[in-house]
Ligand binder design. Structure first.
Ligand SMILES: Cc1cc2nc3c(=O)[nH]c(=O)nc-3n(C[C@H](O)[C@H](O)[C@H](O)COP(=O)(O)OP(=O)(O)OC[C@H]3O[C@@H](n4cnc5c(N)ncnc54)[C@H](O)[C@@H]3O)c2cc1C
Length: 312
């Protein structure tokens, strides 16, 4: 039977919802599911993880060096914790994409990336070519599987569990070449782009950072997160952590509103699993309309304020 270790992603003492999505993927693999919380003070995060249905045990590693998510610091500890586990799973978020390859390298295995479906304990499906093709991957059964789980492909497992929480000490030498210097992060009261149920995104058509304010305004009316196309990011209208797509964030909101975005394949990759897609574009032949559930052809500078007024 498989024994699966999920590495919890967290920030400011709160568990990232991507962890509960990894639990869903782990349940599909089948077996004992444990969650590892590496933090300076893991108590509150572990308590959250213990409530996820299907989690049998939460293992905490409290260490001052774990205050910040540095792959070089976390990976040697995770590699030690991995002993006895058949699978180590992390979400394919920025965190998981940073840490998992280091863990895989330390265990001497090839990582399976972006797991989107499970066909068996060692047989998985993952997207390639910007999501245009799906490949079946078989990992060797005699080695630990280190995999990242594509959060957009898996619903989050709900609460209802009451797993035991166990403190562990890990005897792993930490590197001296990497240390935390500081974190420069955008601060926003808006819902987080990757976990928001509604997202409004703007594209090149906005024309400037100032004009992009109509996107924020509509999003705030809707209680939505805000995203952008790469063209909008490259033009400096918004910071790059808002980019949706192949080289940005892969998201799966229930509602995605694409405004002044043409629908390039690299952008669509990021919203493949979105529920309802609404597109506003002045070009009725724009490719975004091929995947949109609702399309409004017209000038966004007219439609968006109208829409906002209609929302009251
Ligand atoms: C390797 C690679 C990776 C990439 N990764 C990403 C990625 O992660 N995310 C991403 O988004 N892109 C990515 N791209 C870029 C992608 O190919 C497109 O260039 C980009 O998505 C275009 O952004 P856009 O739709 O905002 O701009 P455009 O393609 O220029 O489209 C603007 C749209 O706005 C419409 N418009 C103009 N004025 C108005 C108006 N007043 N009212 C209404 N509509 C209007 C136009 O009709 C047009 O359809 C990547 C490209 C490469 C090569």
């Amino acid at each position: 039977m498989s024994k699966i270790l999920i590495v919890a992603e967290h920030l400011d003492g709160k568990l990232n919802p991507a962890t509960a999505r990894c639990v869903t993927a782990a349940a599909k693999i089948g077996g004992d599911i444990h969650v590892a919380v590496l933090a300076a003070d893991p108590a509150a995060i572990a308590a959250e993880a213990a409530q996820i249905a299907g989690v049998a045990k939460v293992i905490t590693v409290a260490r001052a060096e774990n205050a910040h998510a540095l792959a070089a610091v976390l990976a040697p500890q995770i590699a030690k914790l991995a002993a006895g586990y058949s699978h180590v799973l992390l979400p394919s978020t920025t965190f998981g994409k940073d840490v998992a390859p280091c863990v895989a390298a330390l265990l001497g295995v090839a990582q399976v990336s972006d797991l989107m479906a499970v066909d068996g304990p060692h047989a998985f499906k993952r997207p390639i070519y910007a999501g245009n093709a799906i490949i079946s991957v078989t990992a060797p059964a005699d080695r630990t599987v280190v995999a990242t789980v594509r959060p957009a492909s898996w619903p989050a497992t709900g609460n209802g569990g009451s797993a035991a929480i166990e403190a562990a000490t890990v005897d792993a030498a930490l590197p001296t070449h990497t240390r935390f210097k500081g974190l420069a992060a955008g601060k926003s009261d808006r819902p987080d782009l990757q976990s928001a149920s509604k997202v409004v995104s703007g594209g090149r058509a906005l024309g400037s950072a100032e004009a992009f304010s109509i996107i924020y305004s509509l999003a705030d009316k809707m209680g939505a997160g805000v995203g952008a196309s790469r063209a909008a990011v490259d033009a400096g209208y918004v910071p790059n952590d808002m980019q949706v797509g192949q080289t940005g964030k892969i998201i799966a909101p229930e509602l995605y509103v694409a405004i002044g975005i043409s629908g390039a394949i690299q952008h669509l990759t990021g919203i493949k699993d979105a529920g309802t897609i609404v597109a506003i574009n002045k070009d009725g032949d724009a490719p975004i309309f091929e995947i949109a559930d609702i399309g409004l052809v017209g000038d966004l500078f007219q439609i968006v304020p109208e829409l906002e007024r209609a929302l009251g």
